[in-house]
Design a protein around this ligand. Structure first.
Ligand code: GLP
Length: 263
């Protein structure tokens, strides 16, 4: 695991965008796994800037999003399809036909989940999976006690997760937050070639400490990334504040090629 402790969320977002930029220029048909939530927004802004000002070309890029609420149409302002269009896809030259978000309106969820898995496989697999983290350690919507080898599935959401996300539903209407979602599994995430997790702020510090320095446990789904062949955490000082070995991770970083991503 590479643990990159950044001065600010701006710096972390810049570095991750720079990493993705390099990958796309090297392989224009890069398959991205994308995440929603407030955390990746600045990184998406930096990708948009690179598209507009530096010629970053998304015309051959494919994308697969982690998750979607059950029961929300893509036109619903709190749906993840709507979020992705607004925060990224509408501002770059990606072909929307090559962007995928699980269908929250599917009637046969099991068939939709299996088709999503097959779609990722047929697309060549995910080259770079972007992740945020829930305060309970969830990645995608894989809540505690989900199998660490799970594939795309329907997931009941914890009350705390719905409370965290309620701010995006008409200014905090908990009753409007769906109780279930369709999400890539943690096993699906582990299949990605590179996994990049972003986390900012004190609220994420316990989840980050568990994921990086805790035992691998289904109670903190992000801890499964300890088994990933190439996982990179880009976190700010606050999210890193409960890590016991932060100085060591900084020393490792100082010797690494990842420094070349800095502005
Ligand atoms: C939701 C998403 C996750 C995301 C998490 C954290 O639960 N399903 O993919 O990582 O929110 O959101 P935020 O970045 O807003 O803290």
């Amino acid at each position: 695991m590479d643990i990159v402790i950044c001065k600010s969320k701006e710096q972390a977002s810049y570095m991750v965008a720079a990493y993705i930029d390099r990958a796309i220029r090297k392989n224009p048909r890069t398959v991205l796994g994308l995440a929603t939530g407030s955390t990746p927004i600045l990184m998406y802004k930096e990708l948009i800037r690179r598209h507009k000002e530096c010629g970053l070309d998304f015309s051959q890029v494919h994308s697969w999003n982690l998750d979607e609420y059950l029961g929300l149409e893509g036109t619903h302002p709190a749906s993840y399809r709507y979020f992705m269009n607004e925060q990224l896809f509408d501002h770059i030259n990606i072909d929307k036909a090559n962007t995928h978000v699980p269908d929250g309106m599917a009637t046969d969820y099991e068939a939709a989940a299996a088709a999503y898995e097959e779609g990722i496989r047929a697309d060549g697999g995910i080259d770079i999976q972007v992740l945020g983290i829930g305060s309970d350690g969830h990645i995608g919507f894989n809540e505690p006690a989900t199998s660490l080898s799970s594939r795309t599935h329907v997931q009941t959401l914890m009350l705390g997760t719905r409370q965290d996300n309620a701010r995006l539903f008409f200014g905090g209407d908990l009753a409007a937050v769906p109780t279930r979602a369709i999400t890539m599994g943690t096993g699906t995430v582990l299949d990605s070639r590179v996994a990049i997790l972003l986390a900012f702020g004190k609220g994420k510090a316990p989840a980050i400490a568990g994921a990086v320095e805790g035992a691998i446990s289904h109670m903190n789904q992000a801890s499964a990334l300890q088994l990933h062949r190439d996982a990179k955490f880009f976190i700010d000082e606050e999210a890193a504040s409960l890590l016991k070995h932060a100085d060591f991770y900084k020393a490792v970083y100082a010797d690494s090629d990842l420094r070349s991503l800095e502005a």
